[in-house]
Design a protein around this ligand. Structure first.
Ligand code: GLN
Ligand code: ZN
Length: 755
């Protein structure tokens, strides 16, 4: 039997980010609904055609989404919070945008639904709202419409649905005693209805994604698969689709299901294919996710060929596929004109990945490994390339001494030295780093990048901004100042651009959420710092004031998590390389007289593996890499870190290990409740809980800040408390920021009098 190929999903944003632009134009009223809908159709048709031309056998339908595919599932199921419904109770695309954004061209504005990270990726989905009153009905025909659209074009297709159990798992319920899994019987009829519609259209296979199977599931959730999939087994073959990790630990719940096929991700799951062959029922279709959907490297097809060819006589039914949806990688590397040819040939974006699946399938079916030789040749050049391997960096990593991970003295001693040294008032006031980035500032940066202005002009402009920022902070009477980060477009991109070992794409956009796309840097080789990065700006800021100015860096784990990493070196080693480069920067800052240095690690929690059994290993190297970058400073130098949007309770021990002098946190959304974790974990170092929500345009009142400060003091002794907003201020306007900071200072001064 021959091999076939398919992919689990294609990027939906369009090569020119058309989906982003049209959605934003629709929201602002520049285009109408028909124009918006037509771009959706255009993108779907184009992407199917491209996949077909690249040699994909079975095309996914239903991977397209306005805003987000979990939100599409809520629409399909009619799970619409009352506040988002149209005035007449109907639903349409504006309802969808209201759920996602709180506003749409029609209807009343209200609060949006929450958004959170899709497993351990940087994609964010809209969290379904679930409660006992939820009623469901089939109410959004988009999926079936798209199926008809593709069938009309004559394609062989495979509709894609987010599975009912994963859908409920990803939702949130506000009622404490309510078990959301109870809703399963209410949503099954709608899935059945959709499957029936597919059956009517003579669809062979439906891809039902149950990515939660790679997690540690409570028994009742794992047990629910049997009944659910028994009721969905209604004439269309079900390809139960798993990704982002191995599902072996759940095989006892999977192997007895009445389904017809399974997809496993053999890139992120450490499967033994011999075992798989024996275990997976022989009459099931086995789809092997062999091409990494989450990274941008050209695949070693020869290696894969050797692995797969052994299976050809054993199993009748094998499909090869992307490990997960290609949603997580950019579309076309051939558009990257500025990359040098050697480097470009190491990469493979979504379209190239489709081509890889075609090449691999063809060579397997013809028993001809030679077809693959040209494709893998560039990978050999990489093995010896000087761009990748740098001897001195390997040596430096091998020579790291254990004392480099530890501060000279414990916090109890350091803190006394620092209190004397800085002589700050009780409840010192600071900010997280970035200050408002005006349109002019952004334009100046891009003008400099495009060589429209000279280095001197750029330099002057940045200095002027820094000078203004320092003056404003002095007037506001903050205690520890920042330079405002005007030279940075993005906290990871900036450091990537100034370190050796990274390259950047011009068009390598990946959807992060809704219409927001990011262009992650690519780590191609050993990382080092050739010259100081931030010293010039920070020293300039410090020269303007007698108050301390914080040096501002992005931590090793965050730089790693928000980039495409290389795959020939472990993540822990890459993180150590970044850490060593940052350590040089930290020591240079210290030598330049900067005595407070903040190393941001907002992605520390995000890097946690999906399985709890792997957490300790990750947290151990993640904290070590942070410590390596920070720990070599003098006792009197104060190290800060900042973290946002995370479940702090999962990483409390790691936070203790970081042994920073001050941690600033995003905390307003939980009303500072998270300080309880710090108290209960006996966290003894200093803490700056964010006391105003920078994500909202509302100005916090003096009273509301005072109230929060009192709550903070309830949990943490005022001697160890700092006062600050909960994240960087770059997306806000100066008007909002000045008023908010003013209120923050007034409130703090009032509270100081009470202590
Ligand atoms: N220092 C960064 C800033 O202020 C931190 C941003 C973040 O936490 N994501 O913008
Ligand atoms: Zn933050």
């Amino acid at each position: 039997m021959p091999f076939y190929n398919h992919i689990l999903g294609f990027p939906r944003i369009g090569i020119n980010r058309e989906l982003k632009k049209f959605q934003e134009n629709y929201w602002s009223g520049t285009i109408n609904k028909l124009e918006l809908l037509s771009i959706g159709k255009y993108l779907r048709n184009k992407h199917w055609k491209q996949q077909k031309e690249a040699g994909i056998d079975l095309l996914p339908v239903g991977d397209f989404a306005w805003y987000d595919h979990v939100l599409h599932t809520s629409m399909l199921l009619g799970n619409i919070p009352n506040r988002h419904k149209n005035i007449d109770g109907s639903i349409d695309i504006d309802t969808l945008f209201r759920i996602a954004r709180g506003v749409a061209p029609t209807g009343n504005s209200t609060t949006a639904s929450e958004m959170t990270k899709w497993f351990n990726t940087n994609y964010h989905y809209i969290v379904p709202e679930l409660n006992n009153n939820c009623s469901f009905e089939y109410s959004w025909t988009q999926l079936i419409d798209e199926v008809d659209e593709a069938l009309l074009l004559g394609y062989k297709i495979k509709p894609v649905l987010l599975g009912p159990i994963s859908y409920l798992w990803l939702g949130k319920t506000t009622e404490k005693t309510f078990n959301k899994l109870e809703l399963i019987n209410r949503i099954i009829p709608i899935y059945q209805h959709v499957i029936l519609e597919l059956h009517k259209r003579k669809i062979d296979w439906v891809q039902i994604d149950e990515p939660i199977l790679s997690l540690d599931l409570p028994n009742n959730w794992a047990d629910s698969f049997k009944n659910v999939y028994t009721s969905l087994n209604q004439g269309v073959n079900i390809l139960l689709t798993t990704y982002f990790g191995s599902v072996e630990h759940n095989f006892n719940h999977i192997l007895n299901l009445p389904i017809q096929g399974i997809h496993i991700d053999i890139v992120s799951g450490n499967y033994d294919l011999n075992q798989i062959n024996k275990i997976i029922p022989n009459d099931w279709l086995l789809s092997l996710g062999v091409i990494n959907g989450r990274n941008i490297w050209r695949a070693d097809l020869i290696h894969l060929y050797r692995k797969l060819i052994k299976m050809i006589n054993i199993r009748p039914n094998i499909y090869i596929s992307s490990s997960c949806s290609l949603l997580h990688c950019p579309i076309d590397v051939n558009l990257e004109q500025h990359l040098n040819q050697e480097t470009k040939n190491w990469f493979s974006f979504a379209l190239q990945k489709c081509h890889e699946l075609f090449l691999l399938k063809t060579s397997l079916n013809n028993h001809d490994i030679n077809l693959l030789e040209d494709w893998v040749k560039p990978l050999h050049s990489r093995e010896t390339s000087k761009k990748v391997h740098k001897k001195n960096i390997t040596e430096r990593i091998n020579n790291i001494q254990t004392n480099e991970f530890k501060r000279q003295h414990p916090f109890s001693i350091r803190s006394k030295i620092q209190k004397k040294y800085f002589n700050l008032p009780i409840l010192p006031i600071t900010s997280i780093g970035s200050l408002p980035q005006t349109i002019n500032l952004r334009k100046m940066r891009s003008d400099f990048k495009n060589s429209y202005i000279t280095f001197d002009e750029y330099n002057k402009g940045i200095k002027k901004y820094i000078k203004d920022c320092i003056a404003k902070q002095e007037i506001l009477d903050l205690d520890v100042l920042v330079h405002g980060e005007p030279e940075r477009n993005d906290m990871v991109e900036y450091f990537g651009e100034h370190l050796d070992g990274f390259v950047f794409t011009k068009n390598g956009w990946v959807q992060s959420y809704g219409s927001r796309c990011v262009k992650p840097p690519i780590i191609i080789g050993d990382i080092s710092r050739n010259k100081p990065i931030t010293i010039k700006w920070i020293s300039y800021a410090q020269s303007l004031t007698n108050k301390p100015v914080k040096g501002m860096l992005t931590g090793p784990v965050t730089i790693l998590c928000w980039s495409f990493p290389r795959e020939d070196l472990s993540k822990s080693k890459i993180a150590m390389q970044i850490a060593l480069a940052l350590k040089d920067e930290v020591l240079d800052l210290e030598n330049a007289g900067i005595n407070i240095i903040q190393i941001d690690e907002p992605a520390l929690r995000e890097g946690l593996p999906l399985r709890k059994s792997k957490w300790n290993k990750y947290l151990s190297w993640a904290t070590k890499s942070f410590c390596l970058s920070a720990a070599s400073v003098k006792d009197s130098t104060q190290i800060h870190t900042h973290m946002c949007y995370c479940e702090f309770k999962d990483i409390m021990n790691a936070i203790i290990q970081l042994d920073v002098d001050v941690i600033t946190l995003e905390a307003t959304r939980s009303n500072l409740k998270l300080l309880k974790f710090f108290r209960d974990a006996r966290y003894l170092n200093e803490i700056g809980p964010g006391i105003y929500d920078i994500h909202s345009p509302n100005i916090p009142t003096v009273d509301s800040i005072k109230k929060l400060l009192k709550t903070a003091i309830h949990y943490i002794s005022p001697n160890r408390l700092w006062v600050n907003p909960d994240c960087g201020l770059k997306t806000r306007s100066w008007k909002e920021v000045e008023k908010s900071l003013q209120n923050m200072v007034t409130a703090t001064k009032d509270i100081r009098k009470l202590i």
